[in-house]
Design a protein around this ligand. Sequence first.
Ligand SMILES: Nc1ncnc2c1ncn2[C@@H]1O[C@H](COP(=O)(O)OP(=O)(O)OP(=O)(O)O)[C@@H](O)[C@H]1O
Ligand SMILES: O=C(O)C1=C[C@@H](O)[C@@H](O)[C@H](O)C1
Length: 292
Amino acid sequence: MEGKAAAPAAGTVLNALATHRGSAFAIDEYTTATVELTTETEGVTGEVAGAPDADTRLIERCVEYVIDAHGGPQHVGVPSVSGGHVRTESDVPMASGLKSSSAAANATVMATLDALDATDRMSREDMARLGVMAARDVGVTATGAFDDASASMLGGVTVTDNDDDTVLARETVDWDVLVWTPPERSFSADADMNRCRLVAPVARLVEDLALDGDYQRAMTVNGLAFCAALGFDSDPVLDALPHVEGVSLSGTGPSFTAVGDREALEAVRDAWDDRPGRTLLTTTQTEGTQTA
Ligand SMILES: Nc1ncnc2c1ncn2[C@@H]1O[C@H](COP(=O)(O)OP(=O)(O)OP(=O)(O)O)[C@@H](O)[C@H]1O
Ligand SMILES: O=C(O)C1=C[C@@H](O)[C@@H](O)[C@H](O)C1
């Protein structure tokens, strides 16, 4: 029994760390999960291609949850599924603000369902919720990050309430996207929630703008507020503002994303290329997570 799925990374419109309401958009960069299930051995093992020391608890827990729900004798007969192995391969740098954890969880949940021939037994929103449950269990998230998970699962841009894991709004968007990823990492679980709560009034304004569909201005206000709250230099935002309306720190950093038309983003790239790390010109993604 083998299944495979690919989930897109995402960028931030509104960081949920202040109010637990967030907004994110899917981008055309992927994490792929391959899952093999067995009826012979007990337990689930995980592997991240090219990163032998990576923490695999999130993807293992995702497989376990899907087996618990859909791998029993009533679904697959006897013997039922008892274990498996999951391997991820990713273009999305880990812990860089581009929602690597949500992409890994979504790809793994859908790949496990694919291995069970059961992708039609769950709604896509519920698949994202299962990944969020696993992320909460293993402690890789601050709020559950349903904003990131839903954007990566459904594609387009979503606005969510991460306390009850509901989608408040979803739209498809067609933007070019510039990403700058510095060499450092920044784990969401280590973010200073107390400092983020200080910018809650600004986060509520960003939410209003996002729910009005004014995503790009929302993003920029978010970027300035969360650079201050999370201790990141806001100069990358200022570099971009002569050229685009939408630019922000993504997730809990250190990556930044800018959105707009390609010519404007090429001008931003000239400025961001002087910084250490890598820049990438890509686009938004509207299909979300898919079997591969
Ligand atoms: N390709 C992957 N395969 C397996 N697990 C992964 C993968 N990518 C990320 N993870 C898990 O997610 C954790 C990083 O989560 P974290 O939320 O800090 O990063 P992020 O999602 O990239 O950041 P942000 O939420 O700011 O965008 C890793 O420690 C690992 O547990
Ligand atoms: O771990 C979390 O709860 C989050 C992490 C970041 O990606 C944020 O951008 C997101 O809104 C919530």
